[in-house]
Design a protein around this ligand. Sequence first.
Ligand SMILES: Nc1ncnc2c1ncn2[C@@H]1O[C@H](COP(=O)(O)OP(=O)(O)OP(=O)(O)O)[C@@H](O)[C@H]1O
Ligand SMILES: [Mg+2]
Length: 248
Amino acid sequence: MSFLTIQDVTYKYQGKEPVINKVNWSINQGEFHCLLGKSGCGKTTLLKLAAGLLHSDEGTILLKGTEVVKPSEQCGFVFQSPTLLEWKTVLDNVLLPVALKRRVTAEDRRNALCLLELVGLASEFNRYPTQLSGGQQSRVAIARALIQKPSMLFLDEPFAALDAITREELQDDLLKLCQLHDTTVLFITHDISEAVYLSDRIAVMAEGKIVNNTEVQLPKPRTMKMRYESYFNELCFKVRQVMGGVHT
Ligand SMILES: Nc1ncnc2c1ncn2[C@@H]1O[C@H](COP(=O)(O)OP(=O)(O)OP(=O)(O)O)[C@@H](O)[C@H]1O
Ligand SMILES: [Mg+2]
């Protein structure tokens, strides 16, 4: 069943040419889709439309069959920059989505600490964002997105500021968590191998259109060995060609 449906969606920023041009895309429940494309092609704009943070000029966006008109509580977000509140501790930043809705309980704190442990920041819970590295701030934003156990996650280059090894660890953690909670995911990245490792399907965008949508036929759970096998590398090459304008 389609969990997120984007139908004929067009969007332009004031007085400009369409940045998103008649896009159709659907993501089934529990699937992990990556969106790749050159800088400026419209990825973040499409994610904001899908998440209800922008409203399309034409077309429809449905979440579980209901039209998206504003951000849903079922959705978690990780933006291109971590957007943490500087005057709140790491723990309070993770708890923010809960605190905006109701009183924070001891169980909420336990959950937040578990998530911080998962992203390798348990001992930093009482520090402030300015005392963290860029990569650590990104990880706090990921923990914050997961605190409400969202059924849909929107992530915009969440691992861009991380070193290669931490990135691989977080990719595995994210896959594990999403599998466990049957989370549906739209994930933007510039890294082709990250897209192949994470995805059930990869969409490639160019100039406001989705120009290719490819299935990744790798078994789950994913393993490090897969990254070095021929299917993985052939698929990376195929996606690279599509991004270079070669349509297969
Ligand atoms: N608030 C805005 N007002 C006007 N134009 C905008 C605005 N935000 C983005 N744009 C333009 O829309 C286009 C798509 O931007 P978008 O941020 O969606 O690209 P992107 O694919 O996410 O790029 P990147 O990979 O660099 O993050 C770009 O040409 C950008 O200049
Ligand atoms: Mg972007």
